[in-house]
Design a protein around this ligand. Structure first.
Ligand code: HEC
Length: 124
């Protein structure tokens, strides 16, 4: 039998399609912190307020690595979000050779804002 037309597969496809509108209806404010949904406007605004973009371009090299480079380095890494979050909150970086370096400490009203920015960086 052709697997594609097997009734069970069709049932699964329908169930999947039905779950999509529910997922899309959730705005960034209503999602839990572990969600990958990113509010880009809020992320950029926070980066602007903290002068992050003075040293980091999304793709344009500046004093710091571009966010595209950061995303490329961390995207596939487990716990990347937590690690970058810690980097920004503590204001230090653990370098490849093991030594720690000062980095700008982020200022934000809430932890969710910081996590949203981290997720936006990881999406570049
Ligand atoms: C004075 C320049 C400067 C500012 C301002 C700055 N950064 Fe950085 N950032 C760097 C440099 C240089 C590095 C690379 C060395 C390091 O990791 O500390 C870096 C590294 C990073 C990394 C990668 C860390 C890693 O572990 O690979 C991220 C993410 C990052 N910055 C985000 C931010 C965000 C978000 C802000 C704003 C709150 C910000 N940076 C502000 C210079 C800056």
């Amino acid at each position: 039998m052709n697997r594609r037309t097997h009734p069970l597969y069709r049932l699964l496809a329908v169930a999947f399609a039905a779950s999509l509108p529910a997922a899309c209806a959730l705005g960034p404010e209503t999602t839990d912190p572990g969600s990958p949904v990113v509010n880009e406007v809020a992320a950029k605004a926070l980066a602007h307020r903290n002068n992050c973009l003075r040293c980091h371009g999304v793709t344009k090299p500046k004093e710091g690595p571009t966010y595209a480079e950061v995303a490329g380095k961390y995207r596939a890494m487990r716990g990347a979000e937590d690690r970058l979050h810690e980097h920004l909150v503590k204001g230090e970086s653990l370098m490849a050779d093991g030594h720690r370096e000062d980095h700008k400490m982020i200022r934000a009203q809430s932890d969710d804002q910081i996590r949203n920015l981290v997720r936006w960086i990881l999406a570049q």
